[in-house]
Design a protein around this ligand. Structure first.
Ligand code: GSH
Length: 227
């Protein structure tokens, strides 16, 4: 592998890792990715709880630092500092957000509530049950029924915070889109996507056009991968 200033620790299958990968690609930064599942020896070597992702910053301001930066919201702050353009922020008033921090509100809702609701409540149990092949389709649906109720509530909330069209906050993508997209892309690979209505379907169509999305599809659930 060619040496790069950054190494991203995490499998392409990991939604938080994909958010960071999309961000570094959108900003045109060069990085290598060390693909590893959560709780692996490599994951524990880099993150105190074996979670993904970690960004290893080999160089900062021309100096060799080899610092490990964990937690996706800290990592995206670093990415913004070293590569402010193209911006993944919004201006006040953009996309109906009265104040610009509404974008970070959606980021946090996706990360702290979206991940458990979408992935833990629906995607992971459905994929596990399908892979095991012991339950009928009807039994799988019953098993995740409660998760789907919460999923509907989450999707309604997300749509209420988004601008009526375009990206989450209108004309250009923001970190909110990048935190939401990997969750929605996993969901789209499954039967439960049918509960998603027009606004989020149109939004997915816009996201699909981004090179940062296309280039990070390999290794994800959407193409049949597993961690
Ligand atoms: N707070 C962490 C959460 C990251 C996270 O949940 N990553 C998932 C993979 S997408 C993970 O490592 N899960 C391990 C587990 O649930 O045991 C962050 O924002 O980076």
């Amino acid at each position: 592998m060619e040496p790069t200033p950054y190494t991203l620790i995490g499998t392409q299958f990991s939604t938080f890792t994909r958010t960071v990968a999309m961000g570094v690609r959108y900003k045109g930064l060069k990085y290598n990715q060390a693909s590893t599942p959560p709780s692996s020896a490599v994951a524990f070597e880099h993150h105190p709880f074996g979670f993904l992702p970690t960004l290893i910053i080999h160089e900062d301001q021309g100096k060799r630092v080899d610092v490990k930066l964990r937690e996706s919201q800290a990592i995206v702050r670093f990415i913004d500092r070293i590569a402010p353009s193209p911006s993944l922020h919004i201006a006040p008033g953009e996309g109906g957000a009265v104040i610009e921090e509404k974008m970070w509100e959606l980021v946090s809702l996706a990360a702290c509530f979206g991940y458990p609701i979408v992935e833990v409540g629906v995607v992971k149990p459905r994929v596990k049950a399908m892979d095991e092949g012991k339950l009928s389709e009807e039994e799988i649906r019953q098993q995740i029924e409660g998760g789907v109720v919460k999923l509907k509530e989450f999707l309604t909330l997300v749509e209420s915070l988004m601008s009526p069209d375009g990206f989450a906050f209108g004309e250009h993508p923001s970190w909110a889109d990048f935190f939401l997209f990997p969750l929605m892309a996993d969901l789209r690979a499954l039967h439960e996507w049918k509960i998603v209505d027009r606004r989020l379907n149109d939004w997915m169509g816009k996201m699909d056009e981004l090179p940062a999305v296309k280039e990070t599809t390999l290794g994800t659930l959407a193409v049949g991968a597993r961690p």
